[in-house]
Structures are given as structure tokens and as C-alpha cells.
Ligand binder design. Structure first.
Ligand code: SAM
Length: 219
């Protein structure tokens, strides 16, 4: 099945609220745990989270790594508003900076010590832009962890995944999940992107029936 693009930003308030209310506990906790397993020596420094959505992942990173500060980027106004509330409620406003901008346009005072990103790449029309920018924004010899959806073979297979994992979620979230699966990349496509961007030291791993993870130290 060919890739079908979906809108880049999740800037509809109902959409953002449905995403915030959905149960991503397993995915988000697993994402942070995976970072700590892959990079156990990384305990302090500046982490950049690209496409942070409603802020659950930066809050989890800030709690798990108390000596780190995090810059969390998302260009959706409604998502940033929710992220601001989550950060404030967690009492972490001193360590999490929110930046409402497209990752293509952000400028940082200096490169960061690690980059993480969950479920952003499938929103991006040109994925090479993402890998190019990622490399620009991080210091050399720094950890990178990127996770996203894996495109199924057919619309029927995508529908089956939505039914299996999101049967209880509101219709708007089920619709977005379906469209995201259709907009996501295959393992071979991501491997080709990494090769094209000279990032072959990053390794892709398919971790379950609907996710791939790219990780490694960037050089
Ligand atoms: C599926 S959500 C993932 C949110 C979060 N990472 C999580 O896992 O909970 C993807 C987010 O990426 C944001 N996004 C898409 N394209 C973007 C871009 N070019 N720059 C910044 N954020 C972007 C969307 O607005 C949306 O909030």
C-alpha cells in the first residue's frame, strides 16, 4: 500500500483533546524506558523532544531524568496549550521549555545533548527534512531515539489495527489513528532515509506490530 499523507499539524482543538485523553501509557512509558535502557550513561543534559504533542513524554523524561532539562517543540497551538497545562500541573516548568514552532524553523542557542521524537515523522511530507534537521540540532556523539508507526500492507490491515488497539477510543481518535497508519513509513523506507542522509549508524528495529524505533549515537 502506498503512503497517503495526512495534515502535518494536529491543530484542531477536539483532535488535540482526543489525543490527550487517549491511553498511551504503555507506548509513552515504554519510549522513556527504552531511552534509559539504550543510553544508561545519559543522566544529565539538554534533551530536545520534536513533536511533543500534549506534553506527556517530556513530563515523563523530566521525572525519569531529574538532572535533565527538556525543550519540547510542537507547532500546534492547541497541543502546546495542553502541554503547558501538563507541565504546570507536574510542577516542571523550571526544567521543560515549550516551543510552539515547526521543527523546520526552530533555532537553538546551541546544539542539544540528545534528541527524542515519538509519532512525528509520519506527519511530515518530506521525511528527509526531519532527519536533516535532527542532525543539525544535536551535538556529535549524542543519543537519538525516534519512534513511529509502521505502515501496514493494506487499508484492511490498518483498520484491523485500529479496531484491535483503539476500539474504546472516540471516533475522532480512531479516524486519526487510521490516517496516521496510512501516512506512516515502512521499515525499508526508513532504512533508506537513514542511508540517504548518511545516518546509517542509527539502527531501525520493528518492536511490535505497529511501531518501529530508530536509535543510536549520532556522529
Ligand atoms: C501524533 S502527535 C505525537 C505527540 C507526542 N510526541 C506523543 O507521542 O504523545 C504528533 C505531533 O507532531 C506535531 N507536528 C507535526 N508536524 C510538526 C512540525 N513540522 N513541527 C512541529 N510539530 C509538528 C503535531 O502537531 C502533533 O502534535
Amino acid at each position: 500500500m502506498k503512503r497517503t499523507l495526512e495534515p502535518e499539524l494536529m491543530d484542531d482543538l477536539d483532535q488535540a483533546l482526543a489525543y490527550e485523553g487517549a491511553d498511551f501509557e504503555t507506548e509513552n512509558r515504554g519510549f522513556v524506558d527504552r531511552f534509559r535502557e539504550h543510553f544508561p550513561e545519559f543522566t544529565e543534559g539538554h534533551i530536545l523532544d520534536l513533536g511533543c504533542g500534549p506534553g506527556d513524554i517530556p513530563v515523563r523524561f523530566a521525572r525519569a531524568l531529574p538532572a535533565c532539562r527538556i525543550t519540547a517543540v510542537d507547532a500546534s497551538g492547541p497541543m502546546m496549550k495542553l502541554a503547558g497545562e501538563a507541565v504546570k500541573q507536574a510542577g516542571l516548568a523550571d526544567r521543560i521549555i515549550l516551543c510552539c514552532e515547526r521543527f523546520q524553523d526552530i533555532s537553538l542557542a546551541e546544539p542539544v545533548d540528545a534528541v527524542v521524537s515519538n509519532s512525528l515523522l509520519h506527519h511530515v511530507p518530506n521525511p528527509l527534512q526531519f532527519w536533516y534537521r535532527l542532525r543539525q540540532l544535536v551535538k556529535r556523539a549524542s543519543p537519538v531515539l525516534v519512534m513511529d508507526l509502521l505502515r501496514p500492507d493494506s487499508q484492511e490491515a490498518a483498520q484491523a489495527i485500529v479496531q484491535h488497539y483503539a476500539a474504546q477510543e472516540p471516533e475522532i481518535l480512531r479516524r486519526d489513528f487510521f490516517c496516521s497508519l496510512l501516512a506512516s513509513f515502512t521499515e525499508d523506507e526508513v532504512a533508506a532515509q537513514l542511508a540517504e542522509m548518511n545516518l546509517s549508524r542509527l539502527v531501525i528495529d520493528v518492536v511490535d506490530d505497529r511501531h518501529w524505533v530508530v536509535s543510536g549515537i549520532i556522529h
